[in-house]
Design a protein around this ligand. Structure first.
Ligand code: RIB
Ligand code: CA
Length: 340
């Protein structure tokens, strides 16, 4: 019997790329996050905007270019943004990230590839021209400046994912505050408020989930065995960070916060959480604290998706799979993880 049908050409399984701008303060874990994003065929990194944070902004631009050079991706433009927080004094985190902001790897500077355009101009133009999202891995100063400069384009962002804040985990800059929001609480406050007003929700990838992502010596050794070039680069920029974590909290390994925000953006099954209204304290001893109204005491409309659970094994399977170009099945990561 004849069956009539359209003989469909076998569609090549084209992965629809998600367009994204990465706003960051490289920074050791920012650099690992850039490596992950640039290795993901499902993401199109339209550009990198740099904000003062771990490193002064010019140092951060230089570090981003060093990572792009390692990844052979100097085609991705890097834009300098805010050199100081919205209101407060700039306080860097070079004690954590080393004098060069990249674990005292002192990699050679990448000459050229400089952009005239300022970060918020690039953000405003690109968000308007492309339906793209922003993954913010540093203080939210560039986003606050975009909001002030061009509120319309701010509202056109597909999504805003931020590594920052904390729901129930203790702070890393004060008993209650996480660095990105502690460094510029005023920017964090206006950005979260604006998300609420535009009916959108910030994806808050805070310390509750990122503290579970620990790069251990075994994981690093395993990476080096699988790929000496990539493993050697990661070791070079994280050695200082390992020492910092031992001195700071007697942790053998280092918490790599930022890559989880990228991983979650690409695969929503990696983390779970709940919607809530979140407000940032801007004054006093708890400045930078994220007040997560999980019980809705104040009856305000949720302006954030607060991530609280993640699966470190699945994260590292993705992280190693992408940057080492290996399938999850070919990796044996469980013996290298720590229980947190
Ligand atoms: O508190 C951790 C965050 O602050 C990370 O993004 C780290 O890179 C620093 O920016
Ligand atoms: Ca960062």
């Amino acid at each position: 019997m004849y069956t009539f049908g359209i003989t469909r050409k076998k569609k090549d399984k084209k992965v629809k790329k998600k367009k994204v701008i990465i706003d960051c303060d490289p920074g050791i874990d920012d650099s690992l996050a850039l490596m992950l994003a640039l290795s993901m065929e499902e993401l199109e990194v339209l550009g990198i905007t740099v904000v003062c944070g771990n490193s002064p902004v010019e140092m951060g631009v230089g570090n981003a270019k060093k990572v792009l050079q390692f990844m052979d991706r100097l085609d991705v433009p890097v834009f300098a943004g805010a050199a100081a927080p919205l209101r407060r004094e700039f306080v860097n985190a070079l004690d954590t990230h080393g004098r060069d902001g990249l674990g005292e790897s002192f990699l050679p500077d990448v000459k050229g590839y400089d952009q005239e355009m300022e970060a918020e101009e690039f953000l405003a133009r690109t968000i308007k021209e492309e339906s793209c999202s922003v993954i913010a891995l540093g203080p939210l100063t560039n986003l606050a400046r975009l909001l002030r400069k061009d509120p319309e384009s701010f509202g056109q962002m597909e999504e805003l994912v931020s590594m920052g804040g904390s729901f129930k985990s203790h702070g890393n800059c004060s008993p209650v505050a996480e660095y990105n929001y502690w460094a510029d609480p005023d920017s964090a406050a206006v950005v979260y408020e604006a998300m609420g007003k535009s009916g959108k929700k910030m994806v808050m990838t805070g310390l509750d989930v990122t503290r579970k992502i620990v790069l251990t010596p075994d994981l690093l050794e395993y990476m080096k065995r699988l790929d000496s070039r990539t493993g050697g680069f990661v070791e070079r920029i994280t050695r200082f960070y390992f020492d910092f974590h031992w001195m700071q909290e007697h942790l053998i390994g280092c918490v790599i916060n930022d890559p989880l925000a990228v991983a979650y953006f690409a695969d929503r099954s990696l983390c779970s959480g709940f919607e809530s209204h979140v407000q940032i304290e801007t004054e006093g001893i708890s400045k930078g604290q994220t007040l997560v109204d999980s019980m809705n005491f104040y009856g305000k409309t949720p302006n954030a998706l607060v991530l609280t659970q993640t699966d470190p094994l699945r994260f590292f399977q993705m992280f190693y799979g992408k940057i080492l170009k290996r399938t999850a099945e070919s990796l044996d990561l469980l013996p290298c993880l720590v229980r947190r």
